[in-house]
Write a protein that binds this ligand. Sequence first.
Ligand code: HEM
Length: 367
Amino acid sequence: MEKSKSPTYWGYLKVKELLSLQDGVGDGEVSADELNFIVIHQVYELWFKLVIRDLKDIVKIFDSNRVDEQFIPLTVRRLDRIITIFKLASDHFELMEQISPQDFIAFRGKLGTASGFQSFQVRLVEFLIGLDPDEMVLLGDATPLTHFRNNAKSLKGGEEVLQLIEEALNSPSLLEVIEDWLYRTPINGSSPQDSKDAVKVQGFVNEYIQCFRTEQDNLSELLITMRSGNPENIKRRFEESKDMIKAYMNAEDVPDEDRQRRQRIRAAILFIESYRSLPLMSWPQVLLDKLIELEEHLVIFRSRHARMVERMIGRRIGTGGSSGVDYLEATTKYRIFKDLWGIRTILLQAEVIPPVDNPSFYDFVSR
Ligand code: HEM
C-alpha cells in the first residue's frame, strides 16, 4: 500500500470529530470541571455501545433451538469483556469525584432536567439482558419505561430513542434465550421431548431435596449441640428452610401454566451446578457463573454510582426528578437472573449429592 493511501491514526479514529464534541450547551468555553464531567459521560456511552454490541451477538448465538458446545467458550469470552467494562466503569466514578460538590453546583444548572436517567443505552443494556420494566423502581408514580413513553414526544430526539428501547423490549433478551437453553438441558440423560422426562426430572429433584434435608438436619443438630441458641428456634428455622426449598424447586411461586417450565429450568441449573465435573457440564457451569458475575458487577456499578452521587449532591433531588440517592439505592435490588442466584441457596458438596444416572451421556467421547 502506498504511504499516502494509508489511513492516519487521527483519520481512522476520527479524532478531530471526537474532540469537537465536548463544548456543552453554552456559548463560552466550558470549565475544566465541566470538561471532566462531559468527557466521563461520553466515555461511559462509548463503553455502553460496545456492551450492547456484545450482548446482541451473544443473544444471536443462543437464540436457536440448538447451541453447539463450541459456542459456549466464545460466549464466556464476550461476557468477560462486558464484565471488564463494568468493572472499569465502576472505578471510573473516581474520576468524577475529582470535581468538588461546589464546582459541580457551579455548572449543574446548565443540565436542566437532563440526567443519566435518560441514558437510553443503559436502558438498552438492562432490557437486552432481561430486566423486567414492570419490576423497576418507580420514579414518582411511573416506571422509567412509562416515563420514556410519556415524554418521548416532548424531548428532542425522544421518539427515535423510544423506538430503540421498544425494539430491545420486543427482541429476545439474554435471560430468555439462556432460559430456553436451560429448559432443553438434558437432566440425568433425559430431554423435554422424552416421554418420561417429567418423571425423571422430578425424581432428580426429590432425591436432591432429600440430600438437602439431611444436610440441614445435621447442621441443625450441630448448632443445638453447640448451644448456639434456643433449640426450638433452631429446629423451626431449619424446618422452614427445608419447606422453602421444596416449594422453590417445585416452582410453587409461579402460575400453574408456567410451573412445569420453571421447574425444569431450576432443575437444569441445579444439575449443571452440581455435576460441573462432567465434561459436558463444565463449560455450561462456567457460563452460569459468568452470568452471575455480570449481574454482580451491574449491582456494584449501581452501588458505586449511588455512593459517588451521595458524595457529590448529598440527598438532593436529582435533575431527572427522582429522590436522588434513595432512588439509586433502591435500584441496587434489581436481580435479572433470579434463579441462578436462587439455586445457590441449595447447593451441596459433591460427596453428598445423588449420583448421576448415565454419566457417560455427559462425556465428550460418547457424543
Ligand atoms: C456528578 C455526577 C453525577 C450525578 C450527581 C448523578 C446523579 C444522578 C441521579 C440523582 C440520578 C437519579 C435520577 C435523577 O433524578 O436524575 C441518576 C441516574 C442515573 N445516572 Fe447519574 N449522576 C452522575 C453521573 C453519572 C455518570 C458518570 C453516569 C454514567 C453513565 C451516570 C449514569 C446514570 C444512570 C444510568 C442513571 C439512571 C439510573 C436508573 O434509573 O436506574 N450518572 N444520576
